[in-house]
Design a protein around this ligand. Structure first.
Ligand code: 4NP
Length: 156
């Protein structure tokens, strides 16, 4: 599960992009993808039109996604709870069961060479911010898929 603040910019981008990589790898039967926001203001909304446009330039359609709010229940059904920034991670840590056995961390730990620790919130900025979001998410998605193959699926 990918988590940001509103679930209309960063985490739906990660959701759509990573799901496409899973599909291309033929692993849709093994890996389920979802996303959510720590805040509830946008629940039921489609992704921000700027995110939709930038993802579409990379061949990914986000338009069918609808925002939801993350809850403590998600920890019971998700092996990876991946936060876009440190505030999202702090919120998730407060929500997590005491002995959560999965991976609770920043998504960009899977993009060690990116030079970034967090995916910056693009909501109040310009087009550049949305491009950066997709670039960082693309890099971390490759790292995450490799990690899942190795540690969950016993591949490589
Ligand atoms: P996101 O971006 O967390 O990447 O979905 C935001 C979307 C909406 C708001 C903030 C960030 N907002 O304040 O409504």
């Amino acid at each position: 599960m990918f988590v940001c603040l509103g679930n209309i910019c960063r985490s739906p981008t990660a959701h759509g992009l990573f799901a496409a990589k899973v599909e291309q790898a033929g692993l849709s039967g093994h890996i389920q993808v979802r996303s959510g926001g720590t805040g509830g203001w946008h629940v039921g909304d489609p992704p921000d039109e700027r995110s939709v446009r930038v993802a579409l330039e990379r061949g990914i359609d986000l338009s069918h996604l609808r925002a939801s709010q993350v809850s403590s229940r998600d920890f019971h059904s998700c092996d990876y709870m991946l936060a876009m920034d440190a505030a999202n991670l702090a919120d998730l840590r407060r929500m997590a069961p005491p002995a959560y056995p999965g991976v609770l961390d920043l998504f960009l730990t899977f993009a060690a060479d990116s030079g970034y620790r967090e995916v910056p919130d693009p909501y109040y900025g310009g087009e550049d911010g949305f491009q950066l979001v997709v670039d960082l998410i693309e890099a971390a998605s490759d790292g995450l898929l490799q990690h899942i193959r190795r540690h969950q699926l016993g591949q490589g």
